[in-house]
Design a protein around this ligand. Structure first.
Ligand code: G3I
Length: 372
């Protein structure tokens, strides 16, 4: 973990710890303990018979000097008070689920629309949350003018550079880390046939990182992907790419492991070992989009297994010293992206669709609380 991150995180945790305890005590009932009293000791006190169970500290607090974050989606922040309250209370980091993507911020060439991204950054600032920027170079959620356009390689390169430079400059000093390149490989470890790879070749990655570093030299620059939690062809491809980028002197700070798990597949028990090999290259690592989908409706047994997957993912991060934090990809089943993408699957989050906590939340709290 870098000194810069540690310093920022310590300040953040001190602030978040106080506000989160205040939020927990204020948000869970009028007889709850005050912000300054230790929650556990009040719960145990025989002088407080009306208090039967202490509210758990916020995930942000339990995570200590790591962050615990969530993806945030705009209409819900604006329209759903319970959603906004939980987002503010529990988390020390925020990622825009969609609001910083190319399709949203540059729907017309050279014309930027920042309202959604600005709102999420302002929410995070107001709640002392770090911001992870997501995402600058991706094959998905690109605007029609870009995907349907006909550009020379040189022009496409300049479009990409302008986009990265403009977006990063706007949030310079406000976004702690950027997912600069997202999902560049297929599952078998070959290059994904994207607009970027097809037109610019694999150099687009080094170029993007270099331009990103020029735009905000203090931002942490990440590569990010799904299905790379285990050691295998896809994570090997990233590992080899990182080594060659580093050998070429390309700026790179972190590797993001999305962590979209599915109960249909076994949990990758070598996740910590895999993250550690990237950490051993000198990178920060992070779990950037954690969720665990199940076939719906979930049974009690499914929810117990889901809790176990969440716990193992948290433990994998905790086992790696430079795993700087964990982000869940939404925290409530009410708004999860999963059912829209995987028919018959869902219930992937820590809170259910009524914002009631699930066994997975208890498991994550316990795993964080048990950290060394
Ligand atoms: O904003 C439009 C709205 O105007 C329209 O009425 C509606 C109709 O379907 O669509 C809305 O856009 C949707 C957008 O989410 C915002 O809700 C898109 O259709 C939908 O495709 C989009 O899905 C997002 C998905 O990325 C796109 O690939 C998910 O919310 C988002 O959670 C998901 O996130 C990705 C990460 O960025 C990268 N890793 C995988 C992860 C899950 O797929």
């Amino acid at each position: 973990m870098t000194a810069v991150f540690l310093n920022r995180a310590r300040v953040l945790i001190a602030i978040v710890g106080l506000t989160a305890l205040a939020a927990v005590s204020g948000g869970c009932g009028s007889s709850a303990p005050t912000a300054t009293a230790p929650v556990a000791s009040i719960a145990a006190s025989p002088a407080s018979p009306s208090i039967t169970a202490a509210p758990a500290p916020a995930l942000a607090v339990l995570a200590g000097d790591r962050y615990f974050g969530t993806a945030l989606e705009l209409p819900h922040l604006d329209r759903d008070q319970a959603y906004a309250a939980l987002a503010a209370e529990q988390f020390s980091q925020a990622t825009a689920e969609n609001a910083m993507k190319w399709q949203v911020v540059e729907p017309t060439r050279g014309q930027f629309s920042w309202s959604g991204a600005d709102e999420i950054v302002a929410f995070a600032e107001a709640n002392n949350q770090l911001v992870r920027g997501h995402t600058l170079v991706w094959h998905n959620q690109l605007p029609g003018w870009l995907t349907a356009g006909s550009f020379s390689s040189a022009e496409l390169k300049s479009i990409l550079k302008d986009h990265i430079t403009t977006e990063m400059s706007r949030y310079k000093g406000k976004v702690y880390a950027w997912d600069v390149v997202n999902e560049a490989f297929d599952d078998d470890g070959t290059w994904r046939e994207s607009i970027w790879y097809e037109n610019l070749g694999e150099e687009y990655i080094a170029d993007a990182l270099t331009w990103a570093h020029e735009a905000d030299p203090t931002a942490k620059l990440y590569l990010n992907d799904y299905d790379i939690e285990a050691i295998g062809p896809k994570s090997d491809a990233w590992y080899n790419l990182v080594k060659s980028l580093q050998a070429a002197g390309v700026p790179i700070d972190g590797m993001g492991f999305q962590g979209h798990f599915d109960l249909q597949y076994p949990f990758p028990t070598d996740m910590a070992q895999n993250m550690q090999r990237f950490a051993d290259l000198g990178l920060e690592v992070a779990i950037t989009e954690l969720d665990v989908r199940v076939n719906t409706p979930a049974t009690a047994a499914d929810l117990a297994t889901q809790a176990d997957y969440y716990e193992q993912a948290v433990q994998a991060c905790l086992a790696v010293r430079t795993c700087v934090g964990i982000t869940v990809w939404g925290f409530t089943d009410k708004y999860s992206w999963v059912p829209f993408t995987f028919r018959g699957e869902g219930e992937a989050c820590l809170w259910d669709e009524n914002m009631a906590s699930k066994p997975a939340l208890t498991a994550v709290q316990a795993a964080l609380a048990a950290k060394p």
